[in-house]
Write a protein that binds this ligand. Sequence first.
Ligand SMILES: Cc1cc2nc3c(=O)[nH]c(=O)nc-3n(C[C@H](O)[C@H](O)[C@H](O)COP(=O)(O)OP(=O)(O)OC[C@H]3O[C@@H](n4cnc5c(N)ncnc54)[C@H](O)[C@@H]3O)c2cc1C
Length: 304
Amino acid sequence: MSAYIHMVDECSVDWITREMSDSQMLKIPYYSEVFKIFLGYRQCYSKVPGAEKDMSKEEANQLKELYKKHVVESVLGENKFGKTVDWLHFDSIDFYYAKDSEEEPSYELKEDPTLSDKNAAAEKMYKYFASLEGEEEFLGFLRYCKFIKGHVNHQSPIEHGTITFRLTDVSRSLTHQLVRHRLASYSQLSQRYVGEKGDLAVVIPHKILVNHPAQEIFEAHMQRVAEDIAKLRDAGIKNEDIRSIYPNAITTQIIVTMNFREAMHFISLRMSPHAQDEIRDVAWKVWNELNTFVPFVFSDIKIE
Ligand SMILES: Cc1cc2nc3c(=O)[nH]c(=O)nc-3n(C[C@H](O)[C@H](O)[C@H](O)COP(=O)(O)OP(=O)(O)OC[C@H]3O[C@@H](n4cnc5c(N)ncnc54)[C@H](O)[C@@H]3O)c2cc1C
């Protein structure tokens, strides 16, 4: 039986969370994730006097429109950034209460507080945001989230937001690294029930692709493996045992769900120059997706 190899050098990604947002007529990618994080942080200050308010449907819809206006339309270029949304990009803006100040937060770094000052600032902000209503509260929350995420590590509400995506044409070598991230959930194509039919699809690493002699060695090796797979199949061996001779380069598909806190961790480790090219490319794609639609969480990630 003859066997051919098919080499790929770029994976494709389906952004399932984004697509689901559209199909549910929300039309605002990731808004439900943002809203859950908002409710999470809001829960934390709900015992502050003045904050025991329920959210009406009307208010919830207003917030949806607001997020659309300020984030999604802006990043999609349908709406020019206005003054009020400059801070959403957060490139250089930081904010604190001035130490011991009773004023409203100015969102400017007025001094360099100690850790306890940061906690005091966070507590004052709780009270301040609890006193706001509707649009103001929501915008305040986005700033607050950015602040405490970076400065007082109150990150658990970010776990209410999740991303689900499917990777196609990635190597087993990539997925083996990926699944080491224990706090994410995975569903991967079975090698037992879905065996290679004869042809072998493999991911060729970029550094081998651009080095002609290395590419020839890679290709010849994969051709031999493809032929041996076919021979084992002809000898009546089942997929569950044939897979023992599969190379790490073999392609696979995997669906991944990560909460945003784990996604931050994944991105910071795997976008790093220390990470391997293929997983680095995936981490970059995930960051680009999340930074586009949820910039208040992902715009300031520190790469390891
Ligand atoms: C450049 C690079 C090289 C690597 N090389 C190797 C290698 O040679 N060999 C190898 O085996 N691995 C290697 N790894 C994988 C690495 O050791 C981790 O398994 C992988 O990066 C997952 O990261 P994590 O454990 O921090 O995160 P996750 O599993 O994503 O967990 C997130 C965080 O949750 C916490 N956590 C999760 N589970 C536990 C637990 N059981 N106990 C305590 N805290 C927990 C930790 O704070 C952890 O950082 C490498 C990773 C990178 C980025």
